[in-house]
Design a binder for this molecule. Sequence first.
Ligand SMILES: NC(=O)c1ccc[n+]([C@@H]2O[C@H](COP(=O)([O-])OP(=O)(O)OC[C@H]3O[C@@H](n4cnc5c(N)ncnc54)[C@H](OP(=O)(O)O)[C@@H]3O)[C@@H](O)[C@H]2O)c1
Length: 264
Amino acid sequence: MTTPDRPGRLSGRGALVTGASRGIGRAIALRYAEEGAKLFLAATDRAKLEEVKGLAEAQGAQVSLQTVDVRDRASVAAMVDAAAEALGGIDVLVNNAGVYRAARLVDTTPEDFDAVIQVNLYGAFHVMQLVLRHMQGRGRGKVVNIASTAGKWMSMNQSAYNASKHALVGLTRCAGLEMGPLGINVNAICPGFVETDMLEAFRAHGDILGVPFEQVKAAGLARVPLRRFLKPEEIAHLAVYLGSSESDGMTGQSILLDGGMVVA
Ligand SMILES: NC(=O)c1ccc[n+]([C@@H]2O[C@H](COP(=O)([O-])OP(=O)(O)OC[C@H]3O[C@@H](n4cnc5c(N)ncnc54)[C@H](OP(=O)(O)O)[C@@H]3O)[C@@H](O)[C@H]2O)c1
């Protein structure tokens, strides 16, 4: 039985959100639910996904979920097939799953490098490519990649992460060019510091620099003109715009949302 569309800026749109169990992905899923989207949530942690599903359902959303390891092509293919089936077609992809490692380039082992690249680059590639194949058959769709300020600018002691996010910005540009004529928009959000578990991983910068984490955090804040870290919900607002028809005229863009950290 099909349920009637709920009102909102994403009314009736079927959205697949990766990394929906925590942080930015969770906030996007909940904002999408508020805006009338149907949801398919994916990440590795089923219990946390169930929690988000419950919250989104309480807002009236139709929600399905599946565990996925975005590094694993077969797991991604199964997720995309299941999402297409559950949603009656994927209208919006939020390609958000990601990991973070801090290390000086000279200390980064090939294994450390691979651990980041496998999720942030290959994972994003697998998900985006398989969803785009699905969307091109439908002649419409929206892709919202979650990159980072690290995808636009230099940053110290996180070279694997920086490389992965620069590559994602590049993939976004290429996909925007290739998919534009098919009516598919591909854009990215480049968040600055956002208060999630990932910000805790930033702690390692203190060890690298030999200073307390609080000092690293204060130095980070000093680089932000708004003098605060962003909330995940603030990233979700832009993700709503990029997933809705309001952004139909935009593609291939990677938009900074960073409290003014880099004003160019
Ligand atoms: N927080 C920031 O300051 C910041 C700034 C710029 C960009 N970003 C980007 O924003 C995105 C979300 O980050 P966040 O801050 O929300 O981090 P987070 O709280 O650590 O959440 C990361 C999410 O990615 C999922 N994930 C990780 N590895 C995965 C894998 N192999 N397969 C499937 N899912 C996987 C996690 O799922 P499980 O928990 O289920 O494993 C989790 O849902 C990332 O791409 C990150 O690079 C974050």
